[in-house]
Design a protein around this ligand. Sequence first.
Ligand code: SF4
Length: 370
Amino acid sequence: MYLHLPFCRDRCTYCSFVTTRDESLQPATVTRLVAQVHSWGDALDHPKLDTLYLGGGTPSLLSLNELTALSNSVHEAFDLSPLTEATLEANPGTVDLAWLQGARALGWDRISLGVQTLDDELLGRLGRIHDGAVALEALGLARRAGFERRSGDLMVGIPGQDLSRVLADARRMLATGLEHISIYLLDLDKNCPLKADVDAGRLTLPSEDDVATVFEALQVELPRLGLPPYEISNYARPGSESRHNSRYWERRPYLGIGPSAASHLGDFRWTEEGNIPAWADGRAGVELQELDAAEALSEIPLLGLRLHRGVDWGALRALARSNNLLPLVDSWEVQLAPFERGGLILREGPIMRLSERGMLLSNGLLSTFV
Ligand code: SF4
């Protein structure tokens, strides 16, 4: 289950998530989240949850009382006996030791910190509310509070950022003993302030070649520092992979609650409306999509090839055969042949997976399944 807390102390200059600085909406939103957790738990007859993720926004803006209410609602409405992971997202500029210890005591055992970079000038450009020292301190505080599974976000493609800076940041983050790193490519939404600066020529984005060089260097450096990749953009010490996010790539069911949260159960996907006041008042709508058999089949390689371990292509063909969709798989194989000849796709028995170079060039390759 994913819970979305759509509040931030300040708005980052590149952000396109559903989030607001209007904290007057927070109490009603938390109350509604609690009510929705109960309502879904009842509707689904208190199902088992094996992973839980509280994202945003900035969940670390919740008071410990609010976090307790939300945590209790999940415990009351769902069966957490198989729970293997409960992740909190946090902004390094909003956490202290007491809050982290309180969250840990409530059962949250993994934390994902939005570090992005340790360069104060770049952090200012991104509109982040913390500097590099605070981000490093937050990683240490999380460890002291008992979080043994910590993840840090590292952003690539920031105007003014170069390869040596990214590598230095990765090394300093890992020197804290960090267990997991997620790499994000700066993606500018058309309405964000940073896009306006780039369009006006005040800032220049690194070239595609420069960004590719950074990704390539991280593919070498992060495993050397003890974090092999397990997904296109995610690296972890063995055993510290994100179990929750792996569910998305494995196409297993998930329930999302909160403004803009997405869910996938059976053949259905739905996304809750992102209008925060309407969501808090219970007036928000839902966009529902029913997947047909071809769409459902396409998602298996589209998501599964992101994973380092790849996709069981033999099983995929068998599934396609039972749904009369073998011609679709045959057409994919024709389109993928050049990628395979170019060494971007590897076959090992029934397993198809991307090579390291395939991971770098995955966008073009994965568009085969869209
Ligand atoms: S902290 Fe995260 S969600 Fe909030 S504005 Fe910044 S990028 Fe967006």
